[in-house]
Design a protein around this ligand. Structure first.
Ligand SMILES: [Fe+2]
Length: 202
């Protein structure tokens, strides 16, 4: 016990990553894959942003089952996991498809201009490429190596977080959070749909 002093810690900068698993996804998986492959056929060039080797669609403006599904899941995630001020609404700013063949990856990037961003896994296997989120990319986080595992876990002190892709899983995170996707080491294409969300006050 310290004498003559009051010492305590305050933890101020947590990063919230929302994870949603859709147990019924198998029922609609083929519809999603068909849709994504059709979009790729219609625009083989796509666009180059963070994608290395893989194909990325331009922003999709369709108002269809994909947007309905995304909107519904995002709504459940945000209302369930965040405590939003009353009258807060959100809109899906844009969404796009990523089709990544073997060895394709995505470089570190952020999604400027939105509040929350995320990705939904349409088709993947265990080694299709982990998503790595890293708010400390440009900083020296070596001091964390000196902390015990128990302490790091209890107070969420980690230089970065990594998630293994899973079909039917949606991840949501603040748009400023730097992230990348590791190389797809599977023979099968990794297909995902990424999106941006903005909050609005009514
Ligand atoms: Fe991204």
């Amino acid at each position: 016990m310290t004498i003559g002093k009051e010492i305590h810690s305050q933890f101020w900068f947590p990063q919230q990553i929302i994870v949603c698993d859709d147990f019924d996804y198998k029922k609609i998986k083929n519809k999603f894959i068909e849709y994504c492959k059709k979009k790729q056929k219609e625009d083989k060039t796509g666009r180059n942003y963070s994608n290395c080797l893989g194909w990325q669609s331009k922003d999709i403006l369709d108002n269809n089952f994909v947007l309905d599904y995304l909107y519904d899941s995002i709504n459940q995630c945000l209302t369930n996991q965040l405590s939003l001020k009353s009258e807060t609404k959100f809109k899906v700013d844009n969404f796009w498809i990523n089709v990544s063949q073997k060895y394709a990856s995505n470089d570190y990037h952020v999604h400027n201009g939105s509040h929350y961003s995320g990705t939904f896994y349409v088709q993947c296997e265990k080694k299709s490429g982990e998503i790595k989120l890293n708010p400390n990319l440009n900083y020296n986080t070596d001091w964390m190596n000196f902390l015990t595992g128990e302490y790091k876990n209890a107070y969420h002190i980690h230089p970065s977080a990594e998630f293994t892709p899973k079909e039917g899983m949606m991840l949501l995170f603040p748009s400023y959070l730097m992230h990348k996707v590791n190389n797809n080491l599977e023979n099968k294409e990794r297909i995902s749909i990424s999106f941006n969300v903005s909050f609005l006050q009514n």
